[in-house]
Design a protein around this ligand. Sequence first.
Ligand code: ADP
Ligand code: ZN
Ligand code: MG
Length: 453
Amino acid sequence: MKYIPIIGLEVHVELATESKMFCNCPAEHFGVEPNTHTCPVCLGLPGALPVPNKKALEWTIMLSQALGCKINLESHFDRKNYFYPDLPKGYQITQYERPFGENGGVSLKNQESGIKKIRIRRVHLEEDTGKLQHAEINGESVSLVDFNRSGVPLVEIVTEPDFRSIEEVDEYLKKLQKIIRYLGISNADMEKGSMRIEPSVSIAPISNFKFKTPNLPNYRVELKNINSFRFARKAIDYEIKRQTELLEKGDKIIQQTRGWDDIRNVTVPQREKEKAHDYRYFPEPDIPPIELTGEQVSGIKYQGELPDEKFARFQKDYGLSDYDAGILTENRETADYYEAAVKAANVLVGADREIPLKLWRKMIANQIINKKVNTAETVPAELVKKIVESKKTSEVDEEKLDAAVNEVLNNNSEVVASFKNGKTGVIGFLIGSVKRIVPADPRLIEEKLRKKL
Ligand code: ADP
Ligand code: ZN
Ligand code: MG
C-alpha cells in the first residue's frame, strides 16, 4: 500500500532583544560564561516579579502579521506547570488560551496547483528555559545548569499538519527564516539554537485522501534534537520509512517523542506522550492581561517589503529571472546593494549609454551572484565602474574572438557539414576549439558560432 506523509511543525525562535523577557538581564547567552546573566527574576527566586519586555511583544505581533495572522486584541500570559531542573520557577510563562497571533498562512510553490498554503495555527510568546549540560567531572557523571538562557524571549510558531513532503517542509523553513531575518527580530540560526524545529510526523494510506478533508491518523511522532535543515530532512525521512515498515508489518504506531541521533542517523524513543499531559495551565497572575487597539496593532506592522514582495518587484522592475531575483532577495543587504548599484549605473552611464539599461541590470546581477565582487568592500558605484572597465577590455577581445571563430570554422569543414546535416551536438566540439584559442565565455562563443553557422 502507498502511504502519504503528514507533517506539522512547531518552530521556536529566540528574539534578538537586548534584555530578557521579564527582567533586565542581557538576553545574549551564546558563548557567554555560564550563570553570569542572571537575577532573582530569571532564577525564579521567591518574591521576584516579572515585567514583560515591550519590544518582545511588538516583535511577536509584527511577525504574526507578516505571517498573515489575525491579532488578538486581548491576550494574556499563562503558566505552564511542570518540573524540570532547567526551569527554576517550576512553571514556564507562555501563552495558551490567547496567543498574540492566530490563523495565518504561508504560501509555498506547488508543482500541481502553482501555490500551496500552509496554515499557521498560532504564534505565541514565551520564555526560554535554562540549558542543561551533561558532563563528566573527576570521573563522575554530572548535569550542569546554565541559567543565562532562562527567560530569553522565545516565539513559537505552530502550523497545521499541512505538509505532505520533506521538500515542502524545507521550503517553509527557509521561507520562515528569511521572513524573520527580514524583520530583523532574530538571527534565526539553527546551529546556534536561535531557531529550533520540532516536526510531528505521521503517515496515512493514500485512500484517506479521496476527499478534500483527509482523515488524519490519530497519532503523531514528535521529533526533537534537530539543529540544522539537513538533520530535519534526514530525521523526517527516517521517520517516514520507519513508520511505513511498521504499518506494512501490520504493527501499530504509537504516539511518542523521538530524538534525532545524528551519529547513528536514526530517531530514538525519548518518551511516550501521555495523551493528557497535565500542565495545569492557568492565567499568569503577576502580569495583567494585554489589551491593544487596532491602531496600535497597525502601528506595529513591518513597514518594509517582505521577501515575496521584494522578489516580485525585482522581477518586474529589473526584468530578472526567477533564479537571479531569488538570490538577490535572499537577504535585505544583498537586495539593497543591488538596487544601489542599479541606481549608480543610471547616474554613471548617463543618457548617452551604449549598453541598454536592461543589460546593465543583468550584468550587475551576474557580478553579485557569481561573487566576482566582495560586496562588503566594494561600494555599489565602484562595482559599476569595474564593470565599465572590464567591458572595455572584453571589447578588445571581441576582435580576437571573431578571428578565432572564423579560424575554427575554416579548419573544421567536416564538422561544420555534419552540423548543417542536423548533428547539432558537434557544436560542443567547436566551442571547445574556439575556447582553446580565446578563453571567452562559452555562451558568447556559442552565440557567435551559431550566427555564422
Ligand atoms: P496538541 O497536542 O499540542 O494539542 P496537536 O497535536 O493538534 O496539538 O498539534 C501539535 C503539532 O502536531 C502541530 O504542529 C500539528 O500540525 C501537528 N500534528 C497534529 N496532528 C498531526 C498528525 N496526525 N500528523 C502529523 N502532525 C500532526
Ligand atoms: Zn534576569
Ligand atoms: Mg510547545
